[in-house]
Design a protein around this ligand. Structure first.
Ligand code: ZN
Ligand code: ZN
Length: 258
């Protein structure tokens, strides 16, 4: 049994639960501790069951509740040394600090987790390939583009949580100041819908059954636009048989069993 629940995703916070019968992992804790607990309860999950927190990078929308969750539930926090040493995480008192390589797999109970570096403007950002009992999923948010070595980590998975941040035209026409538009559109910013569709067309295989579109911009995207763009690209490349669901910033998604 492997299941996951995206508790919320977007620039106001990211957190995803992945669990098997014995172990519950919290990938990023970018909401307040209280909000994470509320969302877990809303999804029918028990925060007391969390085994560990695993952090992708130090941006506030990924680490806001890390310290609170770690201290309240006595949780170890797994992150790369560069991320641990960044002042955003350094400033939070953690119950227990686990330093992981950005490229080497590590184990937590029956989970094998392989981090992989993604291009983004934090001190270091990783995605995660998560394997357990023959099942596999990957989480990759916050990346300006997805080079081949990132795509390789997304291949042959049962489920994917992949960034689909913005519609390029909506961003260009939208209210953001020029410097922010430039940052988002850069190689180290955020992944636009069209690129998400193209990456998915390359990495989805017969075993891929579920894709969550993550980190949707509130201003420069909408669930309909993201879904429409991605589906159109997949259709044009004759990729089908996959459930595609946009994640919400405001409420937890349904639990997905893979
Ligand atoms: Zn970020
Ligand atoms: Zn983010």
């Amino acid at each position: 049994m492997l299941e996951f629940c995206v508790l919320g995703s977007g620039s106001s916070g990211n957190a995803t639960i992945v669990r098997d019968k014995e172990t519950t992992l919290l990938f990023d804790a970018g909401f307040s501790g209280k909000e994470i607990i509320n969302r877990m309860k809303k999804a029918g999950l028990d925060p007391k069951e969390i085994t560990a927190v695993i952090v992708s990078h130090e941006h506030g929308d990924h680490v806001k509740g890390v310290g609170v969750m770690s201290r309240r539930y006595g949780l170890p926090v797994y992150a790369t040394p560069i991320t641990h040493d960044n002042h955003f995480l350094r400033g939070q008192r953690l119950e227990n600090e686990e330093r992981i390589s950005p490229t080497k797999a590590f184990k937590i109970d029956d989970f094998k987790i392989t981090p992989f570096e993604v291009p983004h403007d934090a001190s270091q950002t990783v995605g995660f390939r998560i394997e357990n009992g023959g099942k596999c999923m990957a989480i990759a948010t916050d990346m300006g583009h997805a080079p081949a070595k990132v795509q390789n980590k997304l291949k042959n998975c049962d489920a994917l949580v992949l960034e689909s941040n913005h519609d390029i035209q909506m961003l260009k026409d939208g209210p953001y100041p020029a410097f922010l538009k430039k940052r988002i559109l850069s190689e180290k910013g955020h992944l636009p819908n069209v690129e998400t569709g193209e990456v998915l067309a390359k990495v989805i295989s017969a075993r891929t059954k579920h894709v969550t579109l993550a980190h949707l911009s509130q201003e420069n995207n909408s669930p309909e636009v993201a879904l429409g763009t991605v589906k159109q690209i997949l259709k044009s490349k004759k990729v089908d048989g996959v459930m595609i669901v946009p994640a919400s910033q405001h409420s937890p998604a349904d639990i997905v069993r893979i």
